[in-house]
Design a protein around this ligand. Sequence first.
Ligand code: NAP
Length: 542
Amino acid sequence: MNPSSENVTVLDAMVIGAGVAGLYQLHRLREMGLNVRAYETGTGVGGTWYWNRYPGARFDSQAEIYQYWFSEELYKSWKPSERFPAQPETEEWLNFVADRLDLKKDIQFSTRIASAHFDEATGRWNVTTDAGEKINCQFLVACCGMLSAPLENRFKGQQNFKGEVYTTGLWPKGEVDLKGKRVAVIGTGATGIQVIQTIAPEVGSMKVFVRTPQYIIPMRNPKYSEQDWAGWCDRFNELKAKVRTTFAGFDYDFHDKAWADCTPEERQALLEDRWENGSLALWLASFPEMFVDEGVSEEISEFVRGKMRSRLGNDERLCDLLIPGKDDYGFGTHRVPLENKYLEVYLQDNVEAVDCQAAPIEEFVAEGIKTADGKVHEVDVIILAIGFDAGSGALSRIDFRGRGNRSLKEQWQKEITTAMGMQIHGYPNLFTTGAPLAPSAALCNMTTCLQYQVDWITNCIDHAIKNGKKVVEVSQETETEWVEHHDEVAAKTLVVKTDSWYMGSNVEGKPRRLISYIGGVGNYHKHCDDVAAQGYPGFEMK
Ligand code: NAP
């Protein structure tokens, strides 16, 4: 690519994505005075909150902490309507942020990045869009999202189904009319649960294909009055400082007394208290021993199973199908979904839980879904809530070529590695947010981690520029040290002993490695802060 050619856009920096991270990254680099543009596949800002417009989509970090922290004025200017706002409000909020910061003029929408090739001679990236547009930039920051490559077309014969098929992560804009229809939902993760509980009152009938049951926590979602929000605004500085130091980037943290030092009554009281909180506190602000000690894990799992059983009455079949068994996996080793009357949906006469562990889905046929027992489940609509190629998926869709024409996609098909989730050896001047091996997806409240990473990346780029350096690349040694540390921390936990998207087991052929760092957000920040304070040792600048 010849940057002096008329049809090449030449930039100091380029951001891929206009979600929570991309918006802030664009703002930070622009504030630095760089000539920067962001490119976004959607027609609007929002990222996750643009694409996941399925019925019932909402976050489960509380609104007071699912926030940008760089501007107190911005925080105070938007009043969330409730503790866990739904997708439309969150998309509206991100539009509000983009408008306040006047970001949209520097975002090119409806543009998918196809390839990015590093030019060793110039130390710059040559990027192309799927429309053939060319961009040449020095720094490339990929804010492509942690859970933004939805699994699609996974079923044999999908094209043969004569009804409608919707993928939750690609839900169409505008009304999808499910009233009175026979609907199938495949998937009972955080997404499936939100869809199922939301559409249950309107569908004619629903068949939910359940393969792996989930531990769940009932969400408490009070409306926020002006006064409530004023109370949170008064605590802005305290919350801002707190979320950076806790285990999971929330304002709550683990109990300060060890499980072993608590009496059974104390343990029970704490678990009840966290359960009643109606947030992820039972998971991320109770006993950290649940992550490492099988005995503690089982006791807490049984606590949750008991709560779930009581809601399903005496229906043994439903209990077996919807509640994880003692030998399945422990509470909190999968991402725990919050829910609202999800289990009660299965008590409706027009809802059937189909055991697709016993009889797996074989294929889609014209009338519906055929399972291995030979049965055809006839439906009008199929909703796929089957998850994502997490962490590495969104980046692997772009043909990244680093030094020596190495391919990130091919590399990650063998082993997924990064340095602190922010750089990859062999790909100079490429930075990433929400990437593998950084804390993410409830093991970190996303806004906490993404902002931290954007700040770290911005400061690193600033440091390079101020020192007259043109190229930044993490060394192999530094990356390997991080990977070894990441693996060592992960290996102590029960999370790596169970299948889930956290481990990449939901995507055939994906190399196994815990996709999120599990050493704690506070520790992660301290490590990255130390690297920055020491002048970025291990990040070679030329
Ligand atoms: P997920 O957790 O990966 O769940 C996918 C579901 O699809 C699982 O139940 C899986 O069953 C099922 N499935 C996949 N292929 C199947 C097949 N061939 N046959 C039958 N079932 C199949 O994906 P997700 O629900 O989209 O959630 C992903 C993550 O997104 C969450 O964990 C969370 O971090 C995030 N999220 C957050 C929120 C929020 O903040 N409130 C909401 C939604 C999502 P198996 O488990 O047996 O594979």
